[in-house]
Design a protein around this ligand. Structure first.
Ligand code: NAP
Ligand code: G4F
Length: 343
């Protein structure tokens, strides 16, 4: 049987790490793009890299979405059957502080990748499939529930960049017949979620407060509502989208929406705490414009891909708190605190 080759941009991120594990388990040759940094960001994929007694199960390449030459070079070298573009400046609040950078990486970066794939496919006469990591943030102020036919009303530089990328993917599909598709994913979390996203900030704090390592948690808007799923379930949907006979766009969600306040209650209760005794609201953590309510209608994915979410938000909160309790125990024992940075 012919082994398929996949290239993942953003392989060091939350989704990239779960997707790499999934594709390795499915027998793919998996390659990932990493950008240069002063220390490697490979903690999430450490189990897939070479260890004392085992060879690496994925291959890493230096490239950057802001550098078209590096993308062309990696695609020529890897000769992928499937490219999963998960790389992005993915933090909405940060996109207000760094709008130009965010648009360059999260928006124009997708155009660079599309061009690199188009050129490669033209001179090799091979089909290369592209998955683009679209976002429910693109719906912005559109009333819930949101589906593939809901009009985008973006509310941040990040969301505007994702809308641009979405339409370039549609444009390349229609103009050049490329197999290119958008997954419009609603928020998805896990123990590997970055520590400055709200769910992880909450579960980290609940665990650290429980162990006496911190006493207060500062948050912004507690009224926003999100449709939270588990990243492990969502990478399965990405793969299914790419196996569909025709390239299409799909909403991936749970259909259940709860507020930040509700998530706080789930997480703190699981840690045996009352969140009201520990949380402060801080005006600096509010955004210039907020997305009030996201709730996805994933019926198309259920019908066409046979996909549905397997993990409830309550299970997700428990999984994250349990993992963060183990991390906090390690911190208590060693005195080393991980993941500190601006909010
Ligand atoms: P994440 O944890 O923030 O990971 C982002 C990845 O992109 C990291 O590997 C990061 O590398 C890489 N990256 C950033 N800038 C880059 C650049 N200039 N060139 C190459 N790589 C770069 O994000 P995630 O939660 O896994 O999300 C994956 C994708 O799905 C993103 O595109 C995000 O916008 C989108 N999305 C996420 C969600 C969600 O709820 N998680 C929902 C909808 C859409 P470093 O490790 O070096 O920082
Ligand atoms: O966890 P968040 O930062 O995620 P947000 O903005 O929904 O974006 C995430 O999901 C998108 C999909 O819809 C992805 F495309 C994107 O890449 C990212 O993964 O914030 C969630 C909500 C917001 O309403 C925010 O205002 O939580 C509110 N919030 C309240 N206090 C906070 C905080 N968010 C953060 N990050 N930090 C706070 O202290």
């Amino acid at each position: 049987m012919n082994q398929k080759t996949a290239l993942i941009t953003g392989v060091t991120g939350q989704d990239g790490s779960y997707l790499a594990e999934l594709l390795v388990a499915k027998g793919y040759a998996v390659h990932g793009i990493v950008r240069r940094s002063s220390v490697p960001h490979t903690e999430r994929i450490a189990a897939l890299l070479a260890g004392r007694d085992r060879p690496a199960r994925i291959t890493l390449h230096h490239a950057d979405l802001s550098d078209a030459n590096s993308l062309r070079h990696v695609i020529d070298q890897v000769a992928p059957d499937e490219v999963y573009n998960l790389a992005a400046q993915s933090h909405v609040r940060v996109s207000f502080d760094q709008p130009e950078y965010t648009v360059d990486v999260t928006g124009t970066g997708v155009l660079r990748l599309l061009e690199a794939i188009r050129n490669y496919a033209a001179h090799t006469r091979r089909e290369v499939r592209l998955y683009q990591a679209g976002s429910s943030e693109m719906f912005g102020s559109a009333a819930p529930p949101q589906s593939e036919t809901t009009r985008f009303q973006p509310r941040s530089p990040y969301a505007c960049a994702k809308v641009y990328a979405h339409y370039q993917v549609v444009n390349y599909r229609e103009s050049y017949g490329m197999y290119a598709c958008n997954g419009i994913l609603f928020n998805h979390e896990s123990p590997r979620r970055g520590e400055n996203f709200v769910t992880r900030k909450i579960t980290r704090a609940a665990a650290r407060i429980k162990l006496g390592l911190q006493s207060r948690l500062a948050l912004g808007n507690l009224d926003a509502r999100r449709d939270w799923g588990y990243a492990g379930d969502y990478v399965e949907a990405m793969w299914r989208i790419m196996q569909h006979p025709t390239p299409q766009d799909f909403v991936i969600a749970t259909g259940i929406t709860i507020s930040i306040r509700d998530f706080l209650a789930l997480a703190f209760e699981h840690a045996g705490l009352d969140w009201r005794a520990h949380v402060d609201t801080d005006a600096r953590l509010y955004r210039p414009a907020e997305v009030d309510e996201l709730q996805g209608d994933y019926r198309k994915a259920a019908a066409e891909l046979g996909w549905s979410p397997r993990t409830s938000v309550a299970e997700l909160a428990r999984m994250m708190v349990d993992s963060d309790l183990r991390l906090a125990q390690h911190e208590a024992a060693t005195g080393v605190v991980s993941g500190q940075g601006p909010e």
